[in-house]
Write a protein that binds this ligand. Structure first.
Ligand code: HEM
Length: 360
């Protein structure tokens, strides 16, 4: 791990080794509470949620949403997600050519999360633009553009909440609005924070599990053949895709609540700490032949979904979507080929999300 200066002149540490990463992600002396760090007035609404809070707020906020993402509830969605995958592949613009991201990897999780939340699917292009800008504020073309997209996004959601208050349904936003109205469990700002977190998480992550995962199979034809011949390896294959080319490159930041000695180094109170998840997942001290993509790898405790109390809430959903997407694509198009030089594919800029812009 090493010390760096972050863009706003704050000092911090980047953690790259697996063992260190696990320790930091589980250590309560590192806070995620940004109100406590910067004050309530300096908060973006996008940080008013469980991902940027500590217990007990974290437990309350996570508890309100967790019910919708239990492994059992998610497993019950299998046949519906399968229908969505089949329909997307039936309706490809051409059966000869596709852009794997735009035609399949992006719409699949978006349709699913829009249905869970209850937001209209026809607005998905707007959500994509907004969430792309917000996930990596540092690479928005300008601060004005970020402000503009953030405002459009929050105005949209505020109007949507008003509509839902009049006529709540059974979707997750309706349940959260009801919790907010009861006035005990959720403030208006937290409602906005939680819903925007779910929309952004739903738009920016699973698309890259599917994209990076298929790309790894296209780059390793022997692994693809293995998976086609032994479809029961799909669970292992998804875990290996998450380890080998995880969609979330760096964790969000934590900060030291006190002076901490970590592996003989002093981390000062207030220092930021960020875990390089994809680096930890290639740590050769933890994973044998870490740079080799091997879908038969067993017991792979990768950190693609993080660790500790902030472990990804959407993991069961993302795994199921990844499984169905990859299996269905290989069933339908066992001879699928990459129509580009892999070295010329354009990766998305920024530090947070790791994914390719287009896969022809
Ligand atoms: C948290 C990765 C999909 C919702 C996280 C974290 C990671 C992660 C690494 C923890 C970040 C940290 O500790 O700094 C992923 C990956 C996904 C994925 C790789 C897809 C392959 C999803 C989906 C949803 C979701 C589909 C829901 C719609 C969340 C939420 C948290 C979270 C709500 C915050 C949990 C907490 O703070 O307690 N995710 N995510 N994620 N993720 Fe995901």
């Amino acid at each position: 791990f090493f010390r760096v200066m972050f863009p706003h002149g704050e000092f911090g540490w980047i953690i790259t080794r697996y063992e260190d990463a696990v320790q930091i992600l589980k250590d309560p002396r590192f806070s995620k509470d940004m109100v406590r760090r910067y004050g309530a007035d300096n908060q973006s609404i996008f940080s008013n949620n469980m991902l940027f809070s500590d217990p007990p707020d974290h437990k309350r906020l996570r508890g309100l949403v967790q019910k919708a993402f239990t492994p059992k509830l998610v497993a019950d969605m299998r046949s519906h997600i399968q229908d969505i995958a089949d329909e997307l592949l039936d309706n490809l613009p051409s059966q000869e050519k596709m852009n794997l991201i735009d035609d399949f990897a992006f719409p699949l999780p978006i349709i699913v999360i829009s249905e869970i939340l209850g937001v209209p699917l026809e607005d998905r292009d707007k959500f994509r633009i907004w969430s792309n800008t917000i996930i990596d504020a540092s690479i928005a073309e300008s601060a004005e553009l970020f402000e503009q997209h953030a405002k459009e996004f929050t105005d949209y959601l505020t109007a949507w909440f008003a509509k839902v208050r009049q006529d709540p349904g059974t979707d997750l936003i309706s349940q959260l609005v009801i919790a907010e109205e009861s006035g005990q469990q959720l403030t208006e700002q937290e409602l906005l924070g939680v819903v925007s977190l779910l929309i952004i998480a739903g738009h920016e992550t699973t698309v890259n599990l599917i994209g990076n995962g298929i790309l790894a199979l296209l780059e390793h034809p022997e692994q693809r053949e293995l998976l086609i011949n032994q479809p029961e390896l799909i669970h292992n294959a998804i875990e290996e895709m998450l380890r080998y080319n995880g969609p979330v490159e760096f964790s969000t930041s934590r900060w030291a609540l006190e002076d901490i000695e970590f592996r003989g180094q002093p981390i000062a109170q207030g220092d930021l700490v960020i875990v390089a998840l994809d680096s930890a997942n290639r740590d050769e001290q933890q994973f044998k032949d870490a740079d080799i993509f091997d879908i038969t790898r067993e017991k792979s405790p990768h950190l693609a979904f993080g660790k500790g109390i902030h472990l990804c809430l959407g993991a069961p959903l993302a795994r199921l979507e990844g499984e169905i997407a990859v299996s269905t694509l290989l069933n339908r198009f066992p001879n699928i080929q990459l129509q580009a030089d892999v070295n010329e594919l354009e990766w998305r800029p920024g530090m947070n999300v790791r994914g390719v812009k287009e896969i022809p």
